[in-house]
Design a binder for this molecule. Sequence first.
Ligand SMILES: Cc1cc2nc3c(=O)[nH]c(=O)nc-3n(C[C@H](O)[C@H](O)[C@H](O)COP(=O)(O)O)c2cc1C
Ligand code: SF4
Length: 525
Amino acid sequence: MTRLYLSCDSCALSVGADELAQALTAQLGEQIDLQRTSTRGMFWLEPLLEVETPQGRVGYGPLTTEDLPSLLAADLLNGGDHPLCIGLVEQHPYLARQQRLTFASLGHNRPLVMEDYAAQGGWSGLQRALTLSAQQIVDEVKESGLRGRGGAAFPTGIKWQTVLDAQAPYHRGFDEAVKFIVCNADEGDSGTFSDRLVMEDNPFQLIEGMLIAALATGATRGYIYLRAEYPHAHRVLQQAITLAEQQGYLGEAILGSHHRFHLQVRLAAGAYICGEETALLESLEGKRGMVRAKPPLPALEGLFGQPTVVNNVISLASVPLILNKGGAYYRDFGQGRSRGTMPLQLAGNIRQGGLVEVAFGVTLREILYDFGGGSASGRPIKAVQIGGPLGAYIPPAHFDTPLDYEALAAIGGMVGHGGIVVFDDQADLGQMAAFAMEFCALESCGKCTPCRIGSTRAQEVLARIRQGEDAEDNLALLTDLCDTMEQASLCALGGMAPYPVKSIVKYFGEELHSVSQTPSAGGQH
Ligand SMILES: Cc1cc2nc3c(=O)[nH]c(=O)nc-3n(C[C@H](O)[C@H](O)[C@H](O)COP(=O)(O)O)c2cc1C
Ligand code: SF4
């Protein structure tokens, strides 16, 4: 019997992985043992079928059911040659060049099989954490240099220290002095999917990360605030939580210890602003997702007024390895104040879209060309937007910038959640500048004037510039407006919406002045 592997991730499912699985089973029956695993994150190859051979796993993709006759004729079950064969998967340059720490299991595990998780080193971090004091766990995370992967890059260990040190007041509704771990799984940034990959492809890793956060801070309850547009992740998480409860990882007396932790999933409200941590907490409390003024910090007065850790999925999913191998091990990757690895997500007009987890320090050029293989259209890349809809557009002149928090900030950019959206030379960046403000106006929670009013006024000013109306005066007005939004907005939605606009004014200024006739060549993935 030959063992085959095919992803059950929603990306693979969306391009026919289930149909392929059915056809394989119907045609080959007892000859094969078809395992539905996590994806490799090489999305342009999905559905990617892998065949176990004595040399290693040989890959074929992207496949449709129509390819099966020719594949079988080419001796698929022995890794035979075929135009869609990519050779040994582990040796594919896209994978071989990566440093997968957080995503080391991708392609190897079946997402809901606990034995697979344990076989990949799962639960080792938790087991070690159970032997440490809360302070020792926090110290290990501090040592790792991990900074929040949700966008703001705040040091995770310091946030945990604040919650550990906080005295939780008694809460009548929960009948205890409760602290919370809230996982921000709203993943609203354009071109991003790494949170989804953790939740769909290795859900126990997130559960383990949240458990360790709970041990580190004394939290007893947790919520995953999940993007409602991720129904597959929702199903997987629910099943994973049930399995973890049945095996004693969640609930009372975790693995026989005196620790307890109850975890639930809550579906998000479908607004970008609900990813902002204070709006998220409002939404989780059942209210409209409006931003709260800070202070108080959520770490001190968060969910229902109790001390709360709010962390992104990737931040939490990085923690099991840090506890398992030690903070110093993780810290050894990366450069400067950007330690460890960053799961970058390549999207837009790019030939090889997918997940690229590498240590900080790799250049944008390497990401775009060595991993991404250039634009999907084959045309020159004109710009990349990094860090979601509030990120700057970076021109080719800066493609040799190393990817780290400080180096990107120095050129007006940001790492954010690691989404990289690629645009070729046909993209109309004037249109994208207008889109940035349109997005802000649509998604604004309305609490503060610079964002609520400023984003609408900025759209009007941009339209006048594009029509050639008093261009110079209007550009000066736009600059003023951007400065006001940046400095006076209550949160980063209004505060950073000017970033893409300012980068387009700076690097692609001429495009603001003409309404382009060519269609935008933006997203492909
Ligand atoms: C408008 C806006 C949207 C955001 N959306 C998300 C999101 O979808 N996911 C996320 O993890 N963080 C998001 N953030 C960042 C969170 O406010 C917060 O910094 C993060 O959840 C903290 O976790 P971390 O320290 O692990 O990154 C957003 C921030 C803003 C201002
Ligand atoms: S900047 Fe915008 S989204 Fe943020 S608080 Fe103000 S109005 Fe709300």
